[in-house]
Design a protein around this ligand. Structure first.
Ligand SMILES: Nc1ncnc2c1ncn2[C@@H]1O[C@H](COP(=O)(O)OP(=O)(O)OP(=O)(O)O)[C@@H](O)[C@H]1O
Ligand SMILES: [Mg+2]
Length: 267
């Protein structure tokens, strides 16, 4: 299979992140600890990439490499044309359990990033108010995170990252702990956020429907050590945005869904 990292440079002009032949061993001296095996993937500006794969296959490991939390043992990863070393607020990370400081109000949690980076007071306030509104938390801005529901905390965590105006948002099963209705609402919010500012999103999920209803590119990883074994391109998310609520019952959707489920369960 030709891997994306092998594309000629002319096809990488709008590449935001290029992962090229990345292998990751938790112990570099011990190949049996391999979690990623020769993963190549080019993510372009405006992509909504969804990653599916069996539990323990290496999805979170891949995200941590993409976020700059870990370095690949072999291979390379670039972000905006430069080595993606170390954490960077332009590559925002959202985990399944929202990370918020319990001793700060929701407002102060969201303002934290711009304040630390020295963004001036008025600009910080403008941005925080914008994103507090966008995620529907204006009435709760002065409350501490422990007075918010799980879905509200996850929305606060999203606002806390968006306020830094990231180029790329990396999410690791962010809605896994939420009830079904809240989950659908959060998916809609994420779609809005992606479309509104033409952001680039990388979402790990174990839910095939979530991947198909949100992603423009859906990938499947093999069981550990993770390799990319399938890629699909789809536009159901645009159909949903255009008001087609029945897209998930269409023949094209069901065919793709079946193929992806077969690929995941064959691993
Ligand atoms: N800190 C670590 N040290 C050693 N091995 C690890 C470490 N973290 C993860 N692993 C191993 O690496 C493999 C991939 O783990 P990873 O967390 O990336 O999987 P995943 O695809 O995210 O799984 P899940 O869907 O259950 O979240 C697993 O076999 C796991 O046991
Ligand atoms: Mg994981």
């Amino acid at each position: 299979m030709t891997q994306e990292g092998d594309l000629p440079m002319s096809d990488k002009t709008d590449a935001l992140m290029v992962i090229s032949h990345a292998t990751f061993d938790y112990d570099p001296q011990d190949e049996t600890t391999r979690a990623l095996d020769d993963v190549s993937l080019t993510i372009r500006e405006g992509d909504f990439v969804c990653m599916l794969g069996p539990s323990g296959c290496g999805k979170s490991t891949l995200l941590s490499v993409m976020a700059g939390l870990r370095e690949p043992t072999r291979g390379s990863i670039t972000f905006r044309g430069q080595d993606a070393e170390g954490i960077d607020y332009r590559r925002a990370v959202i985990f399944q359990q929202p990370v918020l400081y319990p001793w700060m109000s929701t407002y102060d949690n969201i303002a934290f990033g711009p304040r630390v980076r020295g963004v001036d007071h008025d600009e910080t306030r403008r941005r925080v108010e914008k994103y507090v509104d966008l995620v529907g938390l204006a009435e709760f801005a002065d409350r501490p995170p422990y007075e918010l529901s799980g879905g509200m905390r996850q929305r606060a965590a999203l606002a806390r990252e968006l306020v830094n105006d990231p180029n790329m948002i990396l999410l690791d099963e962010p809605f896994g702990a939420l009830d079904a209705l809240t989950r659908v609402n959060m998916q809609g919010l994420l779609r809005d956020i992606w479309m509104r500012d033409n952001r680039t999103v990388f979402l790990i999920t174990h839910d095939v429907d979530e991947a198909l209803m949100l992603g423009t590119r859906v990938f499947v990883m093999s069981s550990r050590p993770g390799r990319i074994i399938r890629e699909e391109t789809c536009d159901f998310t645009q159909s949903v945005e255009a008001g087609d609520k029945d897209v998930m019952y269409s023949e094209g959707y069901l065919r793709l869904r079946r193929g992806i489920l077969e690929a995941v369960s064959s691993e």
